[in-house]
Ligand binder design. Structure first.
Ligand SMILES: CC(C)(COP(=O)(O)OP(=O)(O)OC[C@H]1O[C@@H](n2cnc3c(N)ncnc32)[C@H](O)[C@@H]1OP(=O)(O)O)[C@@H](O)C(=O)NCCC(=O)NCCS
Length: 163
């Protein structure tokens, strides 16, 4: 079965305009527009270029030809690490984040991951709610991980095991 058909099944979507595709350099303007509008400390264009060049598992979700979400995963030695996941602000709160992550679970599993990890700001309540609803549990905390106005804040480390 083609990946896009799996996505549509997973998403319960009958809309043929929804597509999951590996990110390409031509997606960079849309990625940066979303990234800059969502994060106080967005990744730079160079970071995304490096991720694309390094062959990470880079995915974009397109609706009606428009990029509405992207995710960067590093998958190696049985572990997947979500380095970035972001939904266009206009599309947040509509179920895309949950569905996108569930699809990324499958991609990670197919590439041999047994577990999936991510870091999140303690202040990012919406993301934490989503991760917990999907079965992630907090396994640790990284000190002074993220920049924040006037200093740094810790990251909460969450993991999900495919067992
Ligand atoms: C966090 C993020 C990925 C969630 O995606 P989303 O599409 O907005 O979330 P969904 O609509 O799929 O919601 C999924 C679930 O999480 C819950 N949720 C999502 N955002 C929430 C919020 N701000 N407050 C409370 N619950 C929230 C919803 O209640 C929903 O539960 P349900 O499926 O049982 O109804 C998205 O908001 C985003 O890209 N935020 C900016 C970037 C970011 O913070 N990325 C994560 C960095 S670690």
């Amino acid at each position: 079965m083609r990946l896009i058909d799996k996505v549509k099944m997973a998403f319960g979507v009958e809309d043929d305009s929804l597509h999951l595709r590996p990110l390409k350099n031509k997606d960079l303007p849309d990625i940066l527009r979303i990234e800059d509008s969502v994060y106080d400390y967005p990744w730079s264009e160079q970071i995304f270029k490096d991720c694309l060049a390094m062959g990470y598992s880079n995915w974009g979700l397109h609706s009606e030809g428009q990029l509405i979400a992207y995710a960067i995963l590093s998958i190696a030695v049985g572990e997947a690490h979500v380095l970035n996941i972001c939904i266009d602000p206009d599309k947040q709160g509509q179920g895309f984040g949950r569905m996108f992550l569930q699809e990324l679970f499958k991609v990670a599993k197919e590439k041999g991951a047994e577990s999936i990890f991510l870091e999140v700001r303690p202040t990012n309540k919406g993301a934490i709610v989503l991760y917990k609803k999907l079965g992630f549990t907090q396994i640790g905390q990284r000190k002074n991980y993220y920049p924040v106005e006037g200093g740094r804040e810790d990251a909460l480390v969450f993991s999900y095991s495919f067992d």
